[in-house]
Design a protein around this ligand. Structure first.
Ligand code: LLP
Length: 383
């Protein structure tokens, strides 16, 4: 996938670093724009997946909204060109400062996760003479059949308000004078490859709409959170997720009343495939049962394999050997979990070889830390 010319550019760049293929990002955004325009759906990019300003500016240029989960994400999104009137703000634990910052920018909507949070927003909004638009984030009790670490919509997950409490919560919220309830929000998880959980989510949303109708309410906004998955195994064959198929499924299954608007919040599906982490092999060594390829990137640079057991395709960009061996690809951090892959088949690898960790554009650079006082990997953008 990487041309010789590009690899020669990598050769001169200090490793590890993040490489972003901006042409692929734009192709992905074009595809997403077309798919959302088909039904007039509203897309909010989930800033948590990658908040590099170059990436954020590229996405905001397409006119998408932003889905934020912290006050700093709200501020960064606005700074990078997202219109506050398209910014939504979710999170189980919004601090007073974060709420005040979002109020000051008149964001589109707070996705609220408890009654107490809504009461605090009401109080802070009244102090600054504003009316806060909110959506109730309902926990839909749906298993998204994804990695258990990133399944957010199960009944006992910490997120959202239990859907069975809708009537009661609506009554408590309607009396608050500085709150305007504008919609319902759901989130079922991330890296979802199966469309069935989305169908179930539509059913749950339809049920909730009926409940609201009985209360005499017709709320204009429906936000169906749940991140479409990407193909980590074959990034070159499937560089752009099938947005259209998912949105077609939603269109077929979701009841949308006159004047209602439907929102989505994708992070990973937008940015995962355009990013690659490039590292260099420092050493190889044999143990009794395995051969280690020790690279100069660690879990501080890309934490997904260590944290969730996630798979990233690994490629040796330098080896010209036809022969292969099986490696445990590990980093330099002083922890046994600093392992990118075990028993991984690669061309014969030696000191100095460049190693690519594919599909690292989402939850890669943004989750990096300075653990072991290591430097943060830089980002480079290529067209
Ligand atoms: N909106 C909310 C409220 C979320 O909780 C999430 C992800 C998203 C949007 C974006 O979902 P996406 O489109 O990226 O799937 N660090 C983990 C992923 C955690 C995602 C949890 N919530 C990973 O590296 O797999």
């Amino acid at each position: 996938m990487f041309s010789k010319e590009l690899i020669s550019k990598f050769e001169g760049t200090p490793t590890p670093f993040y490489y972003y293929d901006m042409a692929l990002l734009r192709r992905t955004l074009d595809t997403l724009s077309k798919a959302t325009a088909k039904y007039g759906y509203n897309m909010h990019y989930a800033v948590k997946a990658n908040a590099n300003p170059v990436i954020l500016k590229t996405i905001s240029d397409y006119g998408f909204g932003a889905d934020c989960v912290s006050g700093n994400e709200v501020l960064k999104a606005i700074e990078c060109g997202f219109n506050p009137s398209k910014v939504v703000f979710a999170g189980v634990g919004k601090s007073d400062k974060e709420i005040n910052d979002a109020l000051a920018h008149d964001i589109f909507c707070f996705n609220c996760e408890s009654v107490q949070e809504i009461q605090v927003i009401n109080q802070l909004a009244s102090q600054c003479g504003k009316i806060a638009r909110i959506a109730l984030r309902l926990n839909p009790g749906i298993d998204a059949h994804t990695n258990k670490c990133i399944n957010t919509g199960l009944e006992d997950s910490k997120f959202g308000i239990n859907f069975n409490l809708l009537d009661q919560v609506v009554k408590e919220v309607m009396v608050l004078s500085n709150i305007k309830l504008i919609g319902l929000h759901y989130h079922i998880g991330s890296q979802i490859l199966d469309l069935e959980p989305y169908r179930l989510l539509c059913q749950r949303s339809n049920e909730m709409q009926q409940k609201l109708q009985l209360l005499g309410l017709n709320l204009p906004e429906i936000n169906l959170g749940g991140g479409l998955g990407v193909d980590y195994i074959n990034p070159d064959q499937n560089p752009i997720p099938d947005f259209e198929k998912l949105l077609d499924t939603i269109h077929e299954n979701l009841d949308v009343k006159e004047g209602q608007r439907v929102h989505f919040e994708f992070g990973r599906a937008v940015v995962a495939q355009c990013g690659t982490m490039i590292a260099r092999t420092l050493y190889t060594k044999k143990a009794s049962k395995t051969t280690f390829a020790i690279v100069d990137a660690g879990f501080n640079d890309l934490i997904r394999p260590a944290l969730y057991g996630s798979y990233h395709k690994i490629e040796n960009l330098s080896s010209v050997s036809e022969a292969e061996d099986v490696y445990d690809v590990v980093g330099p951090i002083c922890e046994s979990t600093d392992v990118f892959a075990q028993g991984y088949q690669m061309p014969l690898t030696q000191r100095g070889d460049l190693i690519a960790f594919r599909s690292a554009g989402a939850y890669g650079e943004i989750m990096a830390s300075r653990y072991n006082l290591r430097d943060l990997a830089k980002a480079y953008f290529f067209d």
